[in-house]
Write a protein that binds this ligand. Structure first.
Ligand code: SAH
Length: 257
């Protein structure tokens, strides 16, 4: 069986390094055995996941050529592959209860994958993934760092995020132009925010869209009463606020409405 011809538009960079594949597969705690692998490709990661028989694996792969390859080379995957676009799947229709997600993500859609994780946070308890190092660092960034942004705040409200290790371009075929990084997200105990969630998202987005400005300026369009906007928290910039600070800020703004 010939190898899959890498398709750029699908973000196909196949991992060649067995040891790295093993390390990624083993970074999954196994506490949530129902596991989805996004983009198995030629099965480099999948084969190490199959060595963990306690995992109940489902693979989602958009590329038919990859799926044909997997079916021929990994008969154990029979019935475990869904040929579709991960971003089009309603997760609750394919898996039940608590789940883990793992994958060497297609880098071009990694942010969208994380918005899907965020929307499914009631069920997605753990994520182990490789993505562009810069994005991996951004998601795991603590407040105060330059790379801390919208997705860092939204995800860190519900997940603790660890940067595990970086991976150089040379271990892929074809090599990507960027360094890669592996991270793990572990769901925390928070069930919901202690403030209005829609308002929270709106404030986080708006604050970071003008990240160099003080919150007083960045949130001007909310027309806050002066009694609120004189408070010292409005002298700060978005990147200085922790998740807890954004929650307090949202509560404060809700009260003023
Ligand atoms: N896991 C493999 C391949 C990683 S490359 C390895 O480590 O070698 C990314 C994979 O994601 C490719 O197989 C690509 O076909 C697949 N992919 C790209 N977009 C996708 C989407 N929207 N839904 C599901 N899979 C996708």
């Amino acid at each position: 069986m010939p190898l899959v011809r890498p398709k750029k538009y699908l973000g196909q960079h196949f991992l060649k390094d067995e040891n790295i594949a093993l390390n990624i597969a083993e970074a999954l705690s196994g506490k949530y055995p129902t596991t989805i692998e996004i983009g198995p490709g030629m099965g480099m990661l999948t084969k190490y996941l199959l060595k963990r028989p306690q995992l109940n694996l489902t693979c989602i792969e958009i590329d038919r050529e990859s799926v044909d390859y997997l079916n021929k080379n990994y008969p154990q995957l029979k019935g475990k592959i869904i040929t579709t676009d991960f971003l089009e799947v309603e997760l609750s229709t394919i898996v039940e209860g608590d789940i883990s997600i793992i994958g060497n993500f297609p880098y071009n859609i990694s942010s969208q994958i994380f918005f899907t994780v965020f929307e499914n946070r009631a069920h997605v308890k753990e994520v182990v993934c490789m993505l562009q190092k810069e994005v991996a660092e951004r998601l795991a960034a603590p407040p105060g760092s330059k790379t801390y942004g919208i997705l860092s705040v939204l995800l860190q409200a519900y997940y603790s995020i660890e940067f595990l290790f970086k991976v150089p371009p040379a271990v892929f075929f074809p090599p990507p132009k960027v360094m890669s990084g592996v991270i793990r997200l572990t769901r925390n105990a928070r069930e919901r925010l202690e403030c209005d969630e829609i308002m929270f998202k709106k404030i986080v987005k708006q604050a970071f869209q003008m990240r160099r400005k003080t919150l007083r300026n960045a949130l001007k369009s909310l027309n806050l009463p002066t009694s609120i906007s004189v408070l010292p928290i409005f002298d700060k910039r978005a990147e200085q606020l922790s998740v807890e600070d954004f929650i307090s800020l949202t509560k404060l703004i809700e009260l003023s409405k």
